[in-house]
Design a protein around this ligand. Sequence first.
Ligand SMILES: [Zn+2]
Length: 379
Amino acid sequence: MFKRFVYLVLALILLHGAAGAQPEKAKNVILFLADAGGVSTVSAASLHGYGEPQRLFVQSWPNLALSDTSPASDWVSDSAAGMTAIVTGEKTQNGVISMDATTVRNKTDGRVLKTILEYAEERGLSTGVVTDMSIVDATPAACYAHSNNRSKSGEIILQAFKPRFGDGVDVLIGSGRNAVETALKAMEKDWDTVGSGPGRPVFASLDQIQAADARPVAILEGAVDVPAAARIALDRLERNPRGYFLMIEWDAHTDRLPGGLDRLVNFDKLIREIAGRVDLKETLLLFTADHSFSLSVYSGRRSEPLLKGLDEWKEKNAGQKTKFVELPNVRIYNTHTGEEVIATAIGPGAGRVRGFLPNTRLFGIMLEAWGWSPDPPGR
Ligand SMILES: [Zn+2]
């Protein structure tokens, strides 16, 4: 009887503690964006990388939602509309970078939408954008720029150096150097005029970044070592006592196998590493995709590689542009698709990631994790 009473008191104390606890707030938010990493791609990455389902680190996270990626007027999203929704909380038209749905692509500007990176800059946090794709590609661009057309590379990169809030994105690392250089040339600009104004050299390799470079910009030609770039970014962003926002994108399009699945397995390993590095009591980690991709697992056995027959298929189709990839176990129709993608999270505010939600809600979830409110409409 007495024992039972003690248990009751203990339970009451625990309950009271839980109810009375301050809602946990994030100091830092890291958004991991697997471009085109839909449900079936995430699932296949585990089969490909580990020969078993649900072995990815992100598949161990308890907070999970299905996020609708449809843009303002279509069912199927490109990276521009998909990422705009995630980082601004508003759906827009395909091809549009962080402007609202009234934008007519390549014709007229819509209302400029404030991005999560700009909210963070405005509040004195440090910010970073890391991608294995072109630094002006739609996903990174939607964080730091606004344009009525994702193809306006010159206009987009210039905005990285002319921020609307704070001192602009602090760490910027991506690919596409030659193409951006060509776009700048068309505007009668070059790396020196872009970089020297605000006193920021645009490095051509990660090796050129010195420990003393607190706000490095590196735009490389060819492959980006994403884990190395992420470490460079975190080393710097972590110095800000107010916290930081970091977006890391790693392309998971599976049109050229095994690339997309290999990259997603490696992305997941990087996320595991970062989860071990940051303080998860004050850092929200959110993993999602901007849109899905048409990959399906049709067949296969635990004892065999998921992508068996890939070499033979490549040999047979060498030099041809194919819309389909057809392997014994996997079929890919080379296109984005419209179904929901996974959003999953750990850290403060991660509990809000649940159920079916629109991708615009992810913006609110990141903002609320910091304890911030969105600007009133019209600002
Ligand atoms: Zn995309």
